[in-house]
Design a protein around this ligand. Structure first.
Ligand code: SF4
Ligand code: SF4
Length: 229
């Protein structure tokens, strides 16, 4: 029995079970004239888009990278790299509380803490695995100290994926807030133990300096200066 949409339903019994078989209508054959007309309309629609971009090149969305590198505009909210926020003195807010580490859905972050001179917990190493990060931004949102941010610096291609494991903290030591209570700049500097982006235990044993060489390109995270490596 065919319904109004031309679909036929039939009840059959197979192995003692009642089944409904639905038979959809075959597509109607169209005349050759209608087929040619349809193809011409489709071609016209496609050519309209091509002509629009040809006549107004400023609306072209394809970027000629790297030729346009100097004036390339990356959206501010584009998430390219995770980094710790630093102030003008090169100090950060990370307390080593590990909330971001626990909340990261695929274990891209490992925060290693230590006891500082004052006996309080301080950050030792902040390890971020860019190769497995999904850039979901959860770590940035959950940080209670506003210590993290996503930068839009996207040029981080490497030939060895182990170089996608970064150590984000430039130093092991107290937070910006703790440093504010220390007046002597010499004391402040003494409390900062330097850290490098590719220093052991990241990434998996490659030490700073060893990572560079033929076929291996080193891409420092945006928090680091190239001279740091
Ligand atoms: S970045 Fe924020 S959440 Fe993560 S350990 Fe540091 S202070 Fe805690
Ligand atoms: S952006 Fe998401 S996946 Fe990447 S480190 Fe942060 S929480 Fe983990």
């Amino acid at each position: 029995m065919f319904n109004r949409q031309g679909i036929k339903q039939q009840q059959v019994k197979v192995g003692g079970k009642q089944l409904t078989i639905i038979q959809a209508p075959r597509p109607q054959r169209t005349s050759q004239v209608a087929t040619v007309w349809g193809a011409l309309c489709s071609l016209w629609n496609g050519m309209r888009v091509t002509w629009r971009y040809f006549s107004r090149p400023s609306s072209i969305v394809t970027q000629q990278y790297p030729e346009n590198r100097e004036h390339l505009k990356i959206p501010e909210r584009f998430r390219a790299q995770l980094r710790l926020k630093y102030d003008e003195n090169g100090e950060h807010n990370c307390t080593g509380c590990k909330i971001c580490d626990v909340q990261c859905p695929n274990a891209s972050i490992e925060v290693i803490d230590m006891r500082g001179e004052s006996g309080k917990k301080e950050i030792d190493r902040f390890v971020w695995r860019m190769d497995i990060c999904t850039f979901c931004n959860i770590c940035v949102m959950v940080c209670p100290f506003d210590a993290l941010e996503m930068s839009n610096e996207f040029e981080s291609s490497v030939y060895d994926k182990r170089l996608l494991t970064y150590q984000l903290n430039r130093y092991a030591g107290p937070t910006k807030k703790a440093f504010e209570k220390i007046e002597s700049s010499a004391d402040r500097e003494r409390l900062k133990v330097g850290r490098q982006p590719f220093e052991a235990p990241t990434p998996l044993g490659i030490a700073a300096g060893v990572a560079s060489g033929p076929g291996v390109s080193v891409a420092p995270p945006s928090t680091m200066k190239k001279d740091d490596i």
